[in-house]
Design a protein around this ligand. Structure first.
Ligand code: ATP
Ligand code: MG
Length: 414
């Protein structure tokens, strides 16, 4: 990305309604624009981050045999009535202008839609198991949409649904998804805690959440400081200071953000939509389902909540919109050459060739928060100044050393 041909508008002042770091920093650094409370636009820089997260999700979903598809956002009244969720307050009703009553609710989850679809395509045990996911905008009437990407009225979710011939098969897959989710969050730079959470009328057992410890979180978990066993406070009988049930560790109470949630649904939606299969003996049974969500935008917000300092964002490598921020003190041909060289090696670079003062560029570099900042200076032609955003350490290195440092260390990140 060459900035004179790109769109980056960093801001000095932003609205004060949002108190969270992610809202403030992402807006200030030009990643997102707030259209209204809980509703955001992703600018190119922000959209690259979302795409980087999605790439990780797609790879890990593919590793557990899940297939990507895309369902509609407009979900008909009849479908919600079939499951008894037409009146759920979180939904936004949609009606055409010439009608008094709504015909649709904007999809805030898709168990109903996918169950109706596959009731036409799953007939036999040979059609099972099946796992399908989508990455889609969801709409929820969230009264507390004040924490940037953490809680939107409109937000990007990855929702996966799986179909099985037995509970054993469901739970085996459920555990595979749990491992895949932890890998996804790890690659995003986050340590996620697998947390026992409430079950409900729609599940056959407790659900599990993936919680990231963070002061900005709305959730509270009781977590063992030794083995990491955790329960959501809403359902837990544990108290801070208790001995862990699984080891000798001590339980602590932590604030956290739920980045993912998985649900063993059982037969609930299969019964609603008459989703049945014939087993090996020719008997008809209801399909056993699971559903599994990741908040893609919330994940991006969580990363910013955790990785920042007084100067701006500090992106983990695999998520960063680029690896290198390149500045030249004096516009010289060498900067363009280094840019081309690194780009050709698969290292993504933002080259700040804008007509701005060096001070402004340095400020933007810190605010935008790429892992490496390189400065070419005419005073010191043989050396390049390298700053690691992670610890703000500055070194003077030769071009070969810079290339070694960046190319060799990032071969797995393209
Ligand atoms: P919460 O308890 O935080 O309201 P939820 O349990 O209702 O979330 P799910 O239906 O489990 O959410 O959705 C799957 C994932 O989508 C959540 O784990 C979360 O990461 C994300 N998510 C849910 N609601 C929002 C929202 N309003 N804004 C952004 N992400 C969200
Ligand atoms: Mg949840």
């Amino acid at each position: 990305m060459i900035l004179s041909n790109f769109f980056i508008k960093t801001q000095k002042n932003i609205s004060s309604e949002d108190i969270s770091y992610n809202a403030k920093l992402l807006e200030k650094a030009g990643f997102i624009y707030k259209n209204s409370s809980g509703i955001y636009t992703f600018f190119p820089l922000g959209w690259i981050v979302i795409q980087n997260i999605i790439k990780i999700i797609r790879e890990e979903m593919s590793n557990i045999g899940a297939l990507e598809m895309m369902m509609p956002a407009l979900v008909s009244k009849q479908i919600w009535q079939t499951s008894g969720r037409w009146d759920v307050e979180i939904g936004y009703e949609v009606k055409s202008k010439d009608k008094a009553d709504a015909d649709f609710v904007l999809g805030w989850t898709h168990e109903e839609v996918i169950s109706e679809i596959f009731s036409h395509f799953i007939n036999s045990y040979k059609d099972l198991p099946l796992a399908m996911y989508q990455i889609q905008t969801k709409f929820r009437n969230e009264p507390r949409a004040k924490s940037g990407l953490l809680r939107g009225k409109e937000f990007i979710m990855k929702d996966l649904y799986s179909f099985h011939s037995s509970e054993d098969d469901l739970f085996a897959y459920y555990n595979q998804v749990a491992l895949a989710y932890q890998k996804i969050f790890k690659r995003c730079g986050l340590n996620s805690i697998y947390t026992l959470a409430s079950g409900g009328a729609f599940t056959i057992a407790n659900t599990h959440e993936f919680q990231v410890i963070c002061g900005a979180g709305e959730d509270e978990i009781l977590v063992c400081s030794s083995c990491g066993y955790a329960e959501n406070k809403e359902i837990s009988n544990l108290k801070p200071g208790d001995k862990c049930l699984k080891c000798d560790g001590i339980i602590k109470l932590e604030k956290s953000i739920e980045v993912g949630n998985i649900f063993p649904l059982g037969e609930k939606y299969a019964r609603d939509f008459n989703l049945k299969f014939k087993d090996k003996n020719g008997n008809e049974n209801y399909v056993i389902m699971g559903s599994y969500g990741i908040g893609v935008g919330r994940l991006m917000g969580t990363i910013v909540e955790l990785f920042n300092d007084e100067h701006g964002i500090i992106w983990p490598k695999e998520i960063a919109p680029a690896l290198v921020y390149l500045i030249d003190i004096d516009k010289k041909i060498e900067a363009k050459e280094l840019y081309n060289y690194l780009q050709n090696k698969g290292i993504s670079v933002i080259y700040d060739d804008r007509d701005l003062s060096i001070g402004e560029k340095l400020q933007d570099a810190d605010l935008i928060g790429l892992p490496y900042r390189l400065i070419l200076s005419p005073k010191n032609k043989d050396l390049i100044e390298v700053k690691l955003r992670k610890d703000n350490k500055i070194k003077q290195l030769s071009k070969e050393e810079v290339i070694n440092l960046i190319v060799k260390n990032n071969e797995n990140i393209k």
